[in-house]
Design a binder for this molecule. Structure first.
Ligand code: SF4
Ligand code: SF4
Length: 170
């Protein structure tokens, strides 16, 4: 596989990201694949404030290594669960996100998937998550270019964070 040279893309006015993935990559989330919702997502501070207006934090969030995450919980079903039968507290039986569906909102990290972001020498970098290559079914199955639609994956909040690194999950 040929190496892809990173390139800078302006996602919002004055907000650039260094793109590390193949610019030909396309993505469309696949119905019935809920793999990224089997994990507990990290909540940045602003997500926590937003979630507090929509859900009971005591029931739906947990602390791990000093950070807040959406709780994973045991689900009494065969579909849309991880191998340990757990999934995100907001993942419904039909595989849809109750937050997204009923509140029209979801945590920042849920938008970022299947991408990964991190800070390097003061620049925000973005690539495909290593694990997504094996598990995300939405890569290269449509004609929707990722690099041309980065604002759909990268909320502007990411540029304001001291530590946006997405390599943190429950
Ligand atoms: S909050 Fe919604 S989109 Fe995010 S992981 Fe949970 S079910 Fe999936
Ligand atoms: S793993 Fe990929 S295709 Fe599956 S639900 Fe997540 S983003 Fe969509």
């Amino acid at each position: 596989m040929s190496e892809v040279s990173p390139r800078r893309v302006e996602v919002y006015p004055g907000r650039e990201v260094v793109v590390e993935f193949d610019p030909d990559l396309t993505f469309e989330c696949v119905d019935d694949c809920t793999w990224c919702c089997h994990h507990g997502v990290l909540l940045y501070d602003r997500d926590l404030l937003e979630l507090a207006q929509r859900a009971n934090l005591a029931e739906t969030t947990t602390d791990f290594r000093g950070e807040k995450f959406v709780t994973r919980e045991a689900k009494d079903r065969d579909d849309h669960v991880a191998e340990d039968d757990h999934a995100c507290a907001f993942l419904r039986e039909d595989g849809l996100c109750s937050l997204h569906l009923e509140e029209g909102w979801k945590p920042t990290r849920c938008s970022v998937f299947p991408l990964a972001v991190w800070l390097e020498n003061g620049d925000l970098h973005v690539d495909i998550r290593e694990s997504a290559h094996d598990h995300c079914e939405g890569l290269n199955v449509s004609d929707r270019s990722v690099v041309d639609n980065l604002e759909a994956f990268l909320p502007e909040l990411l540029w304001e964070l001291e530590n946006p690194d997405s390599d943190r999950e429950l």
